[in-house]
Design a protein around this ligand. Structure first.
Ligand code: KIV
Length: 255
């Protein structure tokens, strides 16, 4: 399905989105036939080891988008506009085009950047919005939208972005009731992370759902694998076999 047609998914089969940052993972995810691969600027944390996403550059995003695009040839790819890459309309247009040239079919923009989003959509660039918790500017990672004022502000953001014609919107770390109300109000499909089950779809960071960091345990996260343990066991077995002279054995030896 093309990103331009995504608004038609509203109220139909749930949308499944996962992040990917490299070609091999992208290939596996692509073959699993999900709906969207997101090259999230979460790569700043899970790939680069930083404590937030603010250090991610356009150069990083282009590099990872190219890698993912080499691995995935059927799933639509959306790339995050990194911190400050969309602070003016000309910069946003230039940077979004770089991501499309690198292999993305659309871009994701954090927050209610009305003029920028309008300009990108006007130039035919599919835009995914992102509201609720905004990691690029948040002081801390926490639930947003608990007070009536905050909830109303997020609802107004959603209504405004809906009117601009974004093809979907991520709702991050907001109460289930608010996510449900937004999902029922806007025509744009909502994709939740930490926003409960009523959204039109769900997204997770692939490293988190595969259990690569045992210390990362937010309430919303479900681990579908324990890769940290599998990798640790495999490394330990390799170490023992090398030191014990068992690896390489006859089957792994050229004659
Ligand atoms: O950067 C990212 O991976 C994201 C998702 C968590 C939605 O923005």
């Amino acid at each position: 399905m093309k990103l331009d047609d995504f608004r038609d998914r509203k109220g139909k089969e749930k949308i499944v989105m996962l992040t990917a940052y490299d070609s091999q993972i992208a290939k596996i995810v692509d073959q699993a036939e999900i709906d969207i691969i997101l090259i999230g600027d979460s790569l700043g944390m899970v790939f680069q080891g930083n404590t937030n996403t603010r250090g991610v550059t356009m150069r990083d995003m282009v590099y990872h988008t190219q890698a993912v695009a080499r691995g995935a040839n059927r799933t639509p790819i959306v790339a995050d506009m990194p911190f400050k890459s969309d602070s003016t309309v000309p910069a946003a247009l230039r940077n979004a085009r770089r991501l499309l040239e690198a292999g993305a079919q659309g871009v994701k923009i954090e927050g209610r950047k009305t003029e920028v989003i309008k300009a990108l959509i006007g130039e035919g660039i599919p835009v995914m919005a992102h509201i609720g918790l905004l990691p690029q500017t948040a002081a801390a990672y926490r639930l947003i939208g608990k007070t009536p004022e905050d909830a109303e502000r997020i609802m107004q953001d959603a209504i405004r972005l809906d009117a601009l014609g974004v093809f979907s919107m991520v709702l991050e770390s907001i109460p289930e009731g608010l996510a449900k109300a937004i999902t029922e109000t806007v025509r744009t499909p909502t994709i939740g992370i930490g926003a409960g089950k009523h959204c039109d779809g769900q997204v997770l960071v692939i490293n988190d759902m595969l259990g690569l960091d045992p210390a990362f345990t937010p309430k919303y996260l479900k681990r579908y694998a324990d890769l940290s343990q599998i990798i640790s066991n495999s490394v330990g077995a390799f170490k023992l076999e090398v030191r014990g002279g068992e690896y390489p054995g006859p089957e792994q030896t050229y004659r």
